[in-house]
Each structure stands twice: as C-alpha cells, then as structure tokens.
Design a protein around this ligand. Structure first.
Ligand code: BEZ
Length: 211
C-alpha cells in the first residue's frame, strides 16, 4: 500500500554499504531523507548519489541523515561507490540499502511495474524526528531529482515545526513566510515580534522568523 503523509515510516533491517542497519535505530532523533534508485551503475543515479555526497554539510547543518536504496546487492554497491566517487568528485559515506529481494522497496511502494518492471523508480521520503513521513516524491527513471528542492522542503518543514509558519509559492531562504491559519490575528504580535502584514484576514505574512 502507498505510504501517505503523516504515516509512520516503516521500520526495516537491511544490509547496506555501511553494514547492517535497523532503520529507526539508525535515524535516532534526526530527520531523514530516504530515496531510491532504479539500479547500480546507471548514469542518472550516479550523478544523484554524487550530488547527495557533495551536499553532506547542508544535510548535517539541518540535522538530516541521508540513506539511498538500490535493488542490487552490497558487493555491487561497493564497486559502484568507487565509480561515483571517481566521476562525481565526492566521497559517498551515507548508506545505500541493498534490496535484491525487493522487500524494502515493496514496503515503501517504490516499484511501479507499469513504469519500470521490477526496478525501483525515483522515490523520496522526508521523515521527521517523530518518524512520520513529511514528504513523498516520485520521479521517473529518466529524470534526475533536484536536491536543492529537497533541501528547500526540509527548510520549510523545519520552519513549520519550530515557528508555526508555512512557506508560500516559490519560497526561498530569507523570503517572507505565511502565518499558519491556526493562529488568530490578535495573537500574531506576541508570537511574531518582527511584525506582520495582513493582506487578507486569511493571508498574513511575516518575515522569516529565524533570520
Ligand atoms: C539512470 O539512472 O540513468 C537510469 C536508470 C534506469 C533507467 C533509465 C536511466
């Protein structure tokens, strides 16, 4: 069954390029990004994994752990990681789950047989420290994902979790935020000392609270 926003991310235990891992235990209190790739030694996947490795500092800054999945076994992952490091000028040091029996991929509904037979599509799950799924994304095999967008969503999710704001269309770091509807207009000044603009009673903007 498909995993929906607000569901608990299914726990699993699996072999990975970093040893055997129990997913929830490995996540601990961190945020997580769990993303799948169709297969080892494929070109688009190679660029994606290199990008995630090179974004290590950005993920760490946000308290996010990254984990990938590809249906091939660990020995294949280990050889592929050498190629990724060589060609993408990086050092992959996050785990890549080996899932030759497709157990984890099936649990996470990462196999879409009408798109790609018996291989995983490009799924992304952002998971909060409460282990709940905060975002799902599905891309076709032929389109590499935009990890800047994934970082942008994490920034938005973390702002909502910490400050009761949402982020408007095309929001970027430093841009004004939306005060969530649950907050009454009369309560805004105490909660948002930087001020606010009421464009409509339901559309109240405030400067990004943590800037
Ligand atoms: C790729 O990662 O390049 C890829 C994988 C499966 C199908 C098409 C492209």
């Amino acid at each position: 069954m498909a995993i929906r926003l607000g569901d608990t991310a299914p726990d699993f235990e699996a072999d990975t390029s970093e040893g055997r891992i129990k997913f929830h235990e490995w996540l601990g209190d961190s945020w997580g990004v769990f993303f799948s790739h169709p297969k080892d030694y494929t070109p688009v996947c190679t660029t994606e994994l290199g990008r995630v490795a090179n974004l290590k500092a950005e993920f760490e800054k946000r308290g996010v752990k990254a984990m990938a999945l590809s249906v091939d076994p660990v020995d294949s992952h280990m050889g592929w990681i050498k190629d990724i490091n060589e060609t993408q000028n990086c050092s992959v040091d996050f785990p890549i789950v080996a899932d030759p029996d497709r157990e984890v991929a099936t649990t996470y509904d990462m196999i879409h047989p009408n798109a790609l037979n018996n291989l995983t599509v490009r799924s992304v799950f952002i998971i909060g420290p409460d282990k709940k799924v905060k975002l799902t994304l599905t891309y076709p095999a032929s389109t590499g994902r935009n990890f800047d967008e994934i970082l942008r969503v994490i920034d938005s999710l973390q702002l909502t979790a910490n400050y009761s704001v949402a982020t408007p269309v095309d929001w970027k770091q430093g841009g004004d935020c939306v005060v969530v509807p649950a907050i009454k207009t009369e309560d805004i000044p105490a909660k948002f000392p930087k001020g606010f603009t009421e464009i409509k009673p339901y559309l109240r903007m405030t400067p990004q609270p943590d800037k």
